[in-house]
Design a protein around this ligand. Structure first.
Ligand code: CUA
Length: 275
């Protein structure tokens, strides 16, 4: 038997728990609005970044709808049904329609997002176009070395046995391209509206090559080379960050990115080569 007091206490408990759930909902949505206003994604500066952002927004939309709907439902159920005394729980087959709905709807959303993800991935991790500029970026505690090929486009062979203070990437002295390759510390220059292939490497620990404005993030793993490509489409100055905790100086592992015209790039590279 449920006494009137029990029932009253349960109703009060249900009401307050429901209000707490509503508070979590308002706090969640509110903190999203503040974050979206103050710390949202960096301004977009690549063609492929637009595809990533679309996918990001699709996931955000689906999860936001699920978040709001489930919290409203939970709060309404708590406030309305908490005072029903010692009623037993219902089994799934007693509410088959409801069970099927909340199993199938998230399942379909999950599958659709998964398929969209495969398309997004295949658009970005395809072979780079033949007119791509090619550079090599090598992480090292706590710098980025950017290597540009000479006018013939050739990269010199590298070997760890050649690594020294004056030859940090271990370029082979016997390779003729060693003389034309230009290695610059922390400075990545790219040509506007031209695809760029970046070969990401590391000489010590795992780093992560991160270009927030271009929506590019690729781990740099010792002993391996990962090629990624994208097309910058907005001239300007940007930053390289390291997105993998790689040691005490991790936070200082910052480089600059310049997107400029082909002429400006050619001139800059000639000046660097002359040094
Ligand atoms: Cu390199 Cu963090």
């Amino acid at each position: 038997m449920v006494s009137p007091t029990d029932s009253h206490d349960q109703r009060a408990a249900g009401l307050w728990t429901g209000i707490l759930v509503l508070f979590i909902l308002v706090a969640g949505v509110g903190s999203f609005v503040v974050a979206a206003y103050k710390w949202w994604l960096q301004p977009l500066a690549s063609v492929q970044g637009g595809i990533i952002d679309q996918y990001f927004n699709a996931i955000l939309f689906v999860t936001a709808v699920a978040f709001v709907a489930t919290h409203l439902f939970l709060a309404a159920a708590l406030i309305r049904y908490a005072a029903r005394g010692k009623q037993r729980a219902a089994y799934w087959h007693e509410h088959l329609g409801a069970e099927l709905t909340w199993t199938i709807v998230p399942g379909v959303a999950f599958i659709v997002l998964g398929i969209l993800g495969v398309f997004t991935w295949s658009k970005i991790y395809s072979a780079p176009p033949s007119n791509s500029q090619v550079v090599e970026v090598t992480g090292r505690q706590f710098f980025w070395y950017v290597r540009y090929p000479g006018p013939d486009g050739a990269f010199a062979r590298t070997d760890t046995k050649f690594i020294s203070q004056s030859n940090p990437l271990g370029l082979d002295p016997a390779d003729p391209a060693t003389k034309t390759n230009v290695v610059i510390l922390n400075e990545l220059h790219m040509v506007n509206n031209r695809p760029i292939e970046v070969r990401v490497r590391s000489v010590d620990v795992i780093h992560s090559f991160f270009l927030p404005n271009f929506r590019v993030k690729q781990d740099a793993v010792p002993g391996r080379t990962f090629a990624i490509w994208f097309t910058p489409d907005k001239e300007g100055k940007y930053q390289i960050a390291c997105a993998q905790l790689c040691g005490t100086g991790h936070y200082t592992m910052r480089g600059s990115v310049t997107v400029e015209s082909q002429d400006a790039f050619d001139q800059w590279l000639r000046e660097q080569a002359a040094h």
